[in-house]
Design a protein around this ligand. Structure first.
Ligand SMILES: NC(=O)c1ccc[n+]([C@@H]2O[C@H](COP(=O)([O-])OP(=O)(O)OC[C@H]3O[C@@H](n4cnc5c(N)ncnc54)[C@H](OP(=O)(O)O)[C@@H]3O)[C@@H](O)[C@H]2O)c1
Length: 300
């Protein structure tokens, strides 16, 4: 099969490419706005330039492809920057619509999409609505689809859990936004990538939507403490009240580079429960606990 991974240079996309290469038997094509300069795999993959804000470029990128795995996210996520078009609506919503239209036009058979936990058109937050918009375009495209709705993903190059470990390296404390009691189900990027790679080819997954989360529902404090333990560091957690941080963000959002916005704080603090039972059954996997997942790369 000719499989195109859109978002191949990102956290999840790069691991999906690794999985597909390890599995063998497929021609793996990688889409990046940077074309060849985004290539980490040399001649084992075919790099294709593509920008989901530009229909003609994604039409070129999807030519001759049998399955698309779509995992694109705007830079500096979750901090939106409307001036640059880096918003949920533009990238997750309209961008996915463009990708779906291009894939359909080129006769792509199967579309795998990295959506998000809690996607729904009924909710007010733009991240839920944009993911729902993308899912709708996929459901009505006529292509075979697999929708994956992961919870919070961690891994060697993530920009969330690694930030806490970075603070722990340089500071005697780890700053935490909010009271640290918000709960998520962290899932390893290795598990998510394996699921996505299987989803591209496994007929049992066809036309299904799966929630993905790790086996434990943990508070943010528990997650950071586990990461500190595995990394062999002892630090105290310094909580920053969410209301104060939102007030601060309402000012710093106007600074160059937009370091923080009030909406990004809402995103960071959101809680969405997921049920991974179906995914574990269909893909014949057991997702690893946070501690086991962290040991895989923090202690190697
Ligand atoms: N990370 C999580 O915890 C998490 C949880 C749930 C769902 N998800 C979903 O999983 C997907 C992937 O997330 P991620 O964390 O892997 O993102 P990421 O690490 O930020 O990677 C984003 C990718 O998108 C590409 N990209 C950005 N703008 C683009 C554009 N205009 N056109 C084409 N490609 C573009 C980037 O490639 P270039 O810069 O090379 O073009 C990069 O490869 C997203 O849909 C996200 O919502 C992530």
């Amino acid at each position: 099969m000719n499989i195109l991974v859109a978002g191949s240079t990102g956290l999840i996309g790069s691991h999906i490419v690794e999985e597909l290469l390890a599995e063998g038997g497929h021609r793996v094509c990688c889409m990046s706005r940077r074309g060849d300069t985004g290539n980490r795999w040399g001649e084992r993959v075919e790099m294709r330039a593509g920008d989901i804000t530009d229909s003609s470029s994604v039409e070129r990128a999807t030519q001759g492809i049998n399955a698309v795995v779509h995992c694109v996210q705007f830079p500096n996520h979750p901090i939106e920057n409307p001036r640059r078009g880096w918003t949920y609506l533009e990238v997750d919503g309209r961008g996915t619509e463009r990708m779906v239209a291009a894939a359909r036009k080129n006769g792509v058979r199967r579309f795998v999409y990295l959506s998000g936990a809690g996607a729904s058109p009924e909710k007010t937050e733009p991240w839920f609505r944009a993911k729902a918009m993308a899912e709708k375009a996929i459901y009505s495209s006529g292509m075979e689809y697999v929708i994956l709705r992961p919870s919070w993903i961690y891994g060697p190059e993530d920009r969330s859990l690694n930030k806490f470990l970075f603070f722990a390296k340089w500071l005697p404390f780890v700053p935490v936004i909010g009271n640290g009691k918000n709960k998520v189900q962290p899932i390893s990027v290795f598990d998510v990538a394996r699921v996505a790679a299987k989803a591209a080819i496994d007929p049992k997954a066809t036309n299904r939507t799966f929630e993905l989360g790790g086996p434990q529902e943990l508070t943010m404090d528990a997650i950071i403490r586990t990461a500190l333990k595995v990394a062999g560091r002892r630090r105290f957690l310094l909580h920053q009240p969410a209301a104060l941080m939102k007030l601060l963000a309402s000012f710093v959002q106007y600074l160059p580079g937009r370091p923080l916005t009030p909406a990004a704080i809402d995103f960071i603090l959101m809680e969405e429960r997921v049920d991974s039972n179906d995914a574990e059954k269909v893909f014949e996997m057991k997702f690893v606990s946070l501690e086991e997942g962290l040991r895989r790369y923090l202690q190697s």
